[in-house]
Design a protein around this ligand. Structure first.
Ligand SMILES: [Mg+2]
Ligand SMILES: [Zn+2]
Length: 184
């Protein structure tokens, strides 16, 4: 029997799920953004998978070790679990073109999304792409999916303008996930 493809929300990490402190490396400093856990719960309540895709150029820059990335990742899981929330999978790009040369996995590159779609049997065009930068939501167009920008204090004005023109802008992560679920 064929497995039914899963719908998913592809979500950015820093500045979307946890506070963006600039190359987060200290697990003790990890802080969930308000409403993040309950927003993820609403996706799971309707059987939508949550897949984190994150650019971690701090690794290429020598500012974060893989061990630190791993400990921040685990801490986020722990904090989410305290609120009954979780993520189904996580993918990261450790590169930066200036330090490690071009790669296909740094967002808005598609390699990590393609990998997630293949590994988890995701129905890409019934999915949503959420984050605080244009590069997080831009891949949606390639898959015929919905892109939803949730601006943070660090979001460039041009990213917001572009999302208004070509995608959707939400005022909170909960609003973004509500929109994603309603339109899946
Ligand atoms: Mg971000
Ligand atoms: Zn990469």
């Amino acid at each position: 029997m064929l497995r039914e493809a899963r719908r998913a929300i592809f979500i950015d990490r820093d500045g979307t799920l946890i506070r963006d402190t600039g190359y987060p490396s200290d697990p003790d400093a990890v802080e969930l953004l308000p409403g993040a856990a309950s927003a993820l719960r609403s996706a799971h309540n309707v059987q939508v998978a949550v897949v984190v895709v994150t650019n971690q150029s701090g690794i290429a820059r020598g500012l974060i070790t893989l061990e630190q990335y791993e400990s921040v990742r685990k801490r986020m899981h722990q904090l989410l679990a305290e609120f009954g929330a979780f993520v189904d999978a996580e993918y990261y790009c450790p590169h930066h073109p200036d330090f490690t040369g071009p790669c296909d996995c740094r967002k808005p590159g598609l390699a990590l999304f393609d990998q997630a779609i293949a590994e988890h049997g995701i129905d890409a065009d019934a999915s949503s792409f959420i984050g605080d930068r244009w590069r997080d939501v831009a891949p949606a167009a390639h898959y015929g999916a919905r892109g939803i920008l949730v601006p943070s204090a660090a979001t460039p004005a041009e990213d917001i303008e572009r999302a208004h023109a070509e995608a959707t802008v939400a005022t909170s992560l909960q609003a973004a996930i509500d929109t994603a679920i309603a339109n899946l």
